[in-house]
Ligand binder design. Sequence first.
Ligand SMILES: NC(=O)c1ccc[n+]([C@@H]2O[C@H](COP(=O)([O-])OP(=O)(O)OC[C@H]3O[C@@H](n4cnc5c(N)ncnc54)[C@H](O)[C@@H]3O)[C@@H](O)[C@H]2O)c1
Ligand SMILES: [Zn+2]
Length: 361
Amino acid sequence: MMEQESFERLAVQHPNGRYDVVVGAGLLPRLRELAGVRGQMVVVTDDNVGPHHAAQIEADAVITVPAGEVHKNLDFVRTIYDGLFAVGMDRKGTVVALGGGVIGDMAGFAAATYMRGVDFVQCPTTLLSMVDASVGGKVGVDVPQGKNLVGAFKQPTAVCADITTLQTLPAVEFAAGMAEVIKHGILNDGGILRSVERGEWGVGREDTPHSPHPTLYSLIAQAICVKRDVVEEDPYEQGRRAHLNLGHTFGHAIEQVSQFRVRHGEGVAMGLVAAARLSARLEHCDPVLQGQIEEWLTAVNLPTRIPADLDAEAIYAAMGTDKKKAGGRVRFVLLHGLGEPFTTGEVAETAVIATIRELQA
Ligand SMILES: NC(=O)c1ccc[n+]([C@@H]2O[C@H](COP(=O)([O-])OP(=O)(O)OC[C@H]3O[C@@H](n4cnc5c(N)ncnc54)[C@H](O)[C@@H]3O)[C@@H](O)[C@H]2O)c1
Ligand SMILES: [Zn+2]
C-alpha cells in the first residue's frame, strides 16, 4: 500500500508565471490547501467520474456534464457557464476540472472565457490527462469542422493529480495513457522506459478496481516532467513542442480510417512502431529500436501492428490533410535514436505506404 502522504510537487514555468503540479495519493480532500484556492470553488466533472470522486472535494457546487468526446462542444460549455451563473460565481472564483482530458479541455475553456477569465485548477483522473492534457495550457472544444479547432491558452493555477482516482479507471483507458507515457519515455530516454521494463506501472489486476503500484506516482511525475520541459521551452507550439506528436501522424490517421474503432492510445502505440520503422527505413536510426519499442508497448498490453483490413493508401490520405491541400507535405516526427526526435517534411509517399503495409503483415 502506498502511504497517504507520498506526493511530489513539480514547478511549471509559463510566459505569465508558474504553477505547481502535485502528484500523489489522497490529494482531493486537501485540494483547497494544496492548490491555494481562496474564493468560491466550483467543480466541473462528468457523469462517470463525479459519482466516484466529486464528494472528496469540499466544493461550493458541482456541475456535471455527460461523459465522452461527443460532448466536448460549445453546447456543454454553455451548460458550464449556466452552472457558474446559477451559483453566482464572481471573478475571484475558481473552476476545478475533475475528469479526463475532455473535462479539462472544456472546463478550461469555460474558465478562460467566463467573465473574461477566472482561476482554473486541473484534477486529472485519467492517466492520459495526468501526463499529457492537464499540463501545457491548451484548452478548447470540438466543432463540426474538426477537433479542438476552437480554444485558448489558459494556464491553470495548479494541477493536482490524485492517483487514487485511477483505481476506478477502466483498464483500456489506463493502457491508452501508457501509450503517451512510453512516448514521453522515447522522447527523453531517461528513467521512464526502465520503470516500464521493471513493471513499475502495474495496477494489480486486469479488471477494475485496481490498486496503484506504489511507485506509479513517480513514473507519472517523470512523464509529466518530459511534457513540462517541452512546453516550458515552447509554450505556443512554434518548434520543439511538435516532438510531442511522435507517433501521432500515423496514429490519428489510423484512428480516423478505422472510424475510431482503434482508440487514440492504440493508434499512438501503432504510430510509435511505425515512426521507428520509417526512421530505420530512411536510415535515420538502428532497426533494433522498433523491436525495443514493441517490447515496451506489449508489456503494457498495447498493440504493435496496424489492423490488416485498413487500407494503407487511405491511411496515407488521412495524414495531414490540411497541409497537403495547401500544397505542403506531411510532417513526421522521426527518431535518430532514443531521446533524439526530429521533424521532417521530406518523406516520400512510397516509403510511408510501404511502412504501413509491413506493419500489417
Ligand atoms: N489540452 C491538451 O494539451 C490535450 C492533450 C492531449 C489530449 N487532449 C484531449 O483529451 C481528450 C482525451 O482525454 P482522455 O483520454 O482523458 O478522455 P476522457 O476525458 O474522455 O476520459 C476517458 C473516459 O474515462 C472516464 N473516466 C475518466 N476518469 C475516470 C476515472 N478516474 N474513473 C472512471 N472513469 C473515468 C471518462 O468519463 C471517459 O468516459 C481528448 O479530447 C483530447 O483532445 C488534450
Ligand atoms: Zn495523444
